[in-house]
Write a protein that binds this ligand. Structure first.
Ligand code: SF4
Ligand code: SF4
Length: 59
């Protein structure tokens, strides 16, 4: 499952336009709308500070 590392995220919003499901938003910090995200992980490679991460926890 995609998770946002809030310690790393700088709220730059660079990831936002790359989500094909418009699940990302950034005001201050980035947030993911879980109902929209299908964990395609496309966004991971667009974060310049590697704040988008893959969590192995269920959910
Ligand atoms: S994992 Fe895919 S659907 Fe989820 S926020 Fe990233 S790009 Fe969007
Ligand atoms: S690209 Fe990375 S640092 Fe920028 S808003 Fe997205 S998750 Fe945060």
């Amino acid at each position: 499952m995609l998770v946002i590392n809030e310690e790393k995220c700088v709220g730059c919003a660079q990831c936002v336009p790359f989500c094909p499901r418009e699940a990302l938003a950034a005001w201050g910090l980035c947030a993911v709308q879980r109902v929209r995200c299908d964990d395609c992980l496309v966004c991971l490679e667009y974060c310049p500070v590697d704040a988008l991460e893959l969590s192995h926890e269920a959910g």
